[in-house]
Design a binder for this molecule. Structure first.
Ligand code: GTP
Ligand code: MN
Ligand code: MN
Length: 612
């Protein structure tokens, strides 16, 4: 048993597990990293109170006066986002990481990182957190154990995952688990005072897919440090899914109920900051429609005995982008945060102990503390009060729109999959694929603008296959083959239909053609009517597109209707450029690995564009 009996070791606790590999691993890491003490987390409210109080004492957290049990913090100004250039897939063979990932040989990476970890937790407490991605009563629960020297990470993991005593109790003596090692990389000498946000200029986010292991070093930011999320539930899980015949995807999960009372579940993949959380908490603009939230970021998709594809949200909280979240754009997110029990990172702080960010209210309060901890007054400040990637971390079960089945171990059966990006031109508001392979083709060439397009200008387009570019744990060509294989061996009638959407098409003046947000239900309604066989469509070169009268635009002005028509247009001259860009993307994957079905789909698209 790993237990120390000195210093602040009053906290040191006995191990709540007899799992030999976990005990040995924790002992080994404690030997290397030399923490002051080792705490096995139970995930209790008492533990939350103790750790949040410690974070307040250290100056990391400010307790909010305006929201119960909620805390504000700012990070080191250099530790504000995922670090894609420091993220590595360390598969045995370089080939398996594919052309879209950074690769380092796993033996070399372990050697280099072990030297960074040596003594890295000196003067700190090492926390051991057991967690389960997805409902704890699942048939095949996926466990993780995270070691971290950050109290911020320990409390955030309580929100974002099912963790603590119930999970320790379920991890059987030799159950599989993903070993997640995290250190902020900031050891303390005796009596050296700590800083509010410890981190290291050197950062590594390393994944070892064959041994199902994650090593993260140097960052405290959510996407780099809460290892259950992107690192496990997407990068490592995509490898598990490949090996076990399922899919781990960057998707929201939504339940829709029509005025007639018919239910449909849908999932949608959009790249980061392209509207997943917004759509997941949709307030429908059409009377009688109801939307309920199941997940806002990650979906695990497995086939059920009935041949249908079922979706589970592996997470238990939202780690959402704060700026742009307001009562107009996302009232459900605001209501979730009002309940309290939340952590805000890199937003601004008001003088009366509340948080603020751009887009929360139309006008900012007269004085704020900005995300760098400086005084901020509207009109005089150089930059925004909240960092553009500032985030809230809040429990999903507080969300007023949460569906009761969000925690169902069986998941929910999907009627449709949507893939969308941020495109000023070319991509219509919605297009239905002709069949599964065509839908996989659409998803494999999904693209989004890296920078917000200036008025009239088109941004830089980056291919982001299935919105998974930064999150794939293996070769992108193999991933496409996996998608094709799963669909081709399934009953076509039971498969979800695949649609492509684009909320972000613009006019010549750079204005969005489609109002978006709550009005997106009109687009979803058309898709569901296609599934039920009642909506009319034009067969275009790029897919089935609504005939104008089939999209419910009730309440729209004549001008708004004309703009919606423009958003639906398929312009062949734009698609000529698109084809060239798709060919470049496919060429980079390599003809040896790119499935021939996708080359056939591209050829068929070119042929349709030439002949329609
Ligand atoms: P991650 O959590 O980083 O994976 O991103 P996300 O996909 O959850 O993004 P989020 O929902 O936070 O989207 C944020 C951005 O998309 C904000 O700038 C929103 O204003 C914008 N957005 C969301 N939905 C719409 C829409 O329907 N139309 C338009 N024009 N903008 C939208
Ligand atoms: Mn995301
Ligand atoms: Mn989100």
């Amino acid at each position: 048993m790993v237990e120390t009996d000195h210093g602040p070791g009053a906290e040191a606790t006995p191990a709540p597990t007899g799992h030999t590999r976990i005990l040995d691993w924790v002992a080994e890491i404690a030997d290397v990293t030399t923490p002051e003490d080792v705490v096995w987390c139970d995930g209790s409210r008492t533990e939350w109170d103790r750790l949040t109080a410690r974070l307040v004492d250290k100056g990391t957290f400010v307790a909010l006066a305006a929201k119960p049990n909620s805390f504000w913090c700012v990070s080191d100004p250099e530790d504000v986002a995922r670090v894609e250039d420091r993220t590595f897939i360390c598969s045995h063979s370089r080939r398996d990481a594919g052309p879209t990932n950074n690769w380092v040989d796993p033996v070399d990476m372990r050697t280099v990182m072990t030297e960074h970890y040596r003594g890295a937790m000196a003067g700190r407490t090492m926390y051991v957190i057991a967690f389960c991605m997805g409902p704890v009563d699942a048939d095949d629960p996926k466990y993780g154990v995270q070691i971290t020297d950050s109290e911020y990470v320990a409390v955030s993991m309580q929100i974002m995952t099912r963790s603590g005593t119930p999970v320790w109790g379920r991890i059987g003596a030799d159950a599989e688990f993903v070993a997640c090692l995290h250190s902020v990389g900031a050891p303390l000498r005796p009596r050296q005072p700590d800083v509010a946000w410890p981190c290291n200029h050197t950062k590594y986010i390393a994944h070892f897919p064959e041994s199902r292991t994650i090593w993260s070093y140097g960052s405290g930011y959510g996407g780099n440090a809460l290892l259950g999320k992107k690192c496990f539930a997407l990068r490592i899980a995509s490898v598990l899914a490949r090996d076990e015949g399922w899919l781990a995807e960057h998707m929201l999960i939504l339940k829709l109920t029509s005025p007639q009372g018919r239910n449909h579940y849908v999932a949608a993949a959009f790249p980061s900051s392209c509207g997943k959380t917004n759509l997941a908490m949709l307030e429908p603009a059409l009377a009688g429609w109801k939307a309920e939230t199941i997940g806002d970021d990650i979906a695990w998709l497995r086939f059920g005995a009935d041949g249908r594809l079922y979706a589970v949200n592996p997470e238990a909280g939202f780690f959402g982008v704060a700026p742009g979240t307001g009562t107009k754009t996302n009232p459900n997110a605001i209501a979730t945060l009002e309940q309290g029990n939340s952590i805000f990172t890199n937003t601004a702080l008001t003088d009366d102990g509340d948080v603020w960010w751009e887009g929360l209210t139309a006008t900012p309060p007269p004085h704020l503390t900005d995300w760098r901890g400086n005084d901020w007054k509207p009109g005089t400040a150089a930059g925004p009060a909240a960092h553009p990637n500032s985030r809230y971390c809040t429990p999903i079960d507080q969300c007023p729109s949460v569906a009761p089945e969000w925690d169902d171990p069986a998941g929910v059966p999907l009627s449709a999959l949507f893939f969308g990006g941020r495109r000023a031109t070319t991509i219509p508001l919605i297009a239905e694929s002709f069949d599964w392979n065509h839908g996989v083709f659409m998803a494999s060439v999904l693209s989004s603008e890296t920078t917000a397009a200036a008025a009239g200008q088109v941004g830089v387009v980056r291919r982001d296959p299935m919105a998974m570019l930064p999150f794939l744990g293996y070769h992108v060509g193999d991933y496409f083959a996996h998608w094709l294989r799963l669909g081709n061996r399934a009953d076509p009638a039971a498969l979800p239909k695949i649609f492509q959407v684009n909320w972000f098409r613009r006019d010549e003046d750079g204005q969005f053609l489609w109002p978006g947000f709550g009005d997106n239900v009109r687009v979803l309604k058309w898709a569901l009517e296609r599934i039920e066989g009642t909506a009319a469509a034009d067969t275009t070169a790029v897919g089935y597109v609504p005939v104008p009268s089939s999209l419910d635009l009730s309440g729209f002005s004549a001008a708004a209707k004309r703009r919606a028509d423009a958003a639906l247009e398929v312009r062949h001259e734009e698609w000529i450029d698109e084809i060239a860009s798709i060919e470049d993307w496919y060429a980079g994957i390599g003809s040896g690995t790119l499935p021939t079905q996708l080359c056939d789909q591209l050829a068929a698209l070119k042929n349709r564009l030439a002949h329609t």
